[in-house]
Design a protein around this ligand. Structure first.
Ligand code: FAD
Length: 279
């Protein structure tokens, strides 16, 4: 029998105290009941969310729940990032999601982004095997990639530098994921590549976000969502149905697990999870 798929939940750090309270007191206990392997919390490259990400991560860790901060150099120097890594070690955090990140506009015009493989090497040098390190992967290929082959090669470089697993950008084209797994295996990658899954709740936001990150929204999904003309209940119902099918097909065909981009909400992630054969 194949092992139970690994499930994880991603947050972004809320900007308000009320958002923070809700995330910690309501959302996290509800999602934790589903037995995730870990939660993760994003990080604004350039350090824009440094304190907030650290605060959320330490509060979740204090509850005895496994949590992985996302981390990137942004425009910061090695000392700043090294100290942050040391603070996570001292807190007992033992997972990280290591990224190059994107520089928010207006921050650090002259700053250099540091590729994720270099960050992974830096963390390994600083803290040895302490962390389980996840990196990002792109079944539909990173928007700035020189070519499909080079993007797979740079993913391999992240594993060669010491990453243990990858989490994909979200996608709705299942074939893109399985083709990508084959290409990664052919390139010598033998570590798990978890599927990042974005629940569907709002067409305009999803369309804008997908354009920026290079995730393709299939025409039939766009047609359906447009047809609901902002009817939120119908969009949610359709979203749960489609994303449940996506997850079930992934798991039925050997995907090792799913990382949900929860957008800090219990629903519809919980409903999708409960619809799956693993719940
Ligand atoms: P890299 O792996 O460094 O790749 C970036 C680009 O450069 C790619 O086109 C690649 O082909 C190329 N490349 C890679 N290595 C090299 C090299 N050594 N030499 C030359 N070219 C190279 N963004 C945030 O700001 N905060 C977050 O918390 C965050 N979390 C994310 C979590 C997941 C699971 C995913 C999938 C994405 C996340 N992102 C986040 C978005 C991510 O930061 C962006 O997609 C960013 O543009 C690339 O980051 P990366 O780590 O994949 O970069």
């Amino acid at each position: 029998m194949s092992p139970k798929p690994q499930i994880s939940f991603e947050y972004f750090p809320p900007k308000t105290e009320a958002g923070r309270e809700k995330l910690l007191r309501e959302t996290t206990p509800a999602l934790n009941e589903l037995g995730p392997e870990f939660f993760s919390c994003t990080y604004g490259a350039g350090g824009s969310t440094r304190a907030n990400t650290f605060g959320i991560v330490s509060s979740i860790q204090e509850e005895g729940i496994a949590v992985a901060p996302h981390l990137s150099f942004g425009g910061d120097d090695a000392e700043t990032i090294g100290e942050l890594v040391d603070r996570y070690v001292a807190l007992g955090i033992n997972r990280l999601v290591a990224l190059r990140g994107d520089m928010p506009s207006g921050i650090g015009g002259a700053a250099q982004l540091v590729y994720a493989n270099e960050l992974v090497a830096f963390v390994r040098e600083r803290s040895g095997d302490h962390f389980t390190i996840a990196v990002a992967a792109y079944p539909e290929i990173h928007p700035q990639a020189g070519s499909y082959e080079s993007d797979v090669r740079f993913l391999k470089a992240k594993f060669d530098a010491g990453a243990d697993m990858a989490i994909t950008q979200y996608f709705y084209n299942i074939e893109a994921y399985f083709y990508f797994l084959d290409q990664c295996a052919a390139a010598g990658i033998d570590k798990p590549i978890f599927a990042g899954v974005m629940p569907i709740t709002n067409y305009e936001n999803l369309a804008r976000f997908s354009k920026n990150c290079g995730a393709e929204l299939p025409r039939w999904i766009c047609q359906r969502l447009e047809g609901y003309a902002g009817d939120r209940d119908s969009i949610r119902k359709f979203g749960v149905e489609v994303v449940t099918q996506l997850c079930q097909t992934l798991l039925d065909n050997g995907c090792p697990g799913i990382h949900f981009y929860t957008m800090n909400q219990v629903e519809p992630t919980r409903s999708i999870y409960q619809n799956l054969g693993i719940a």
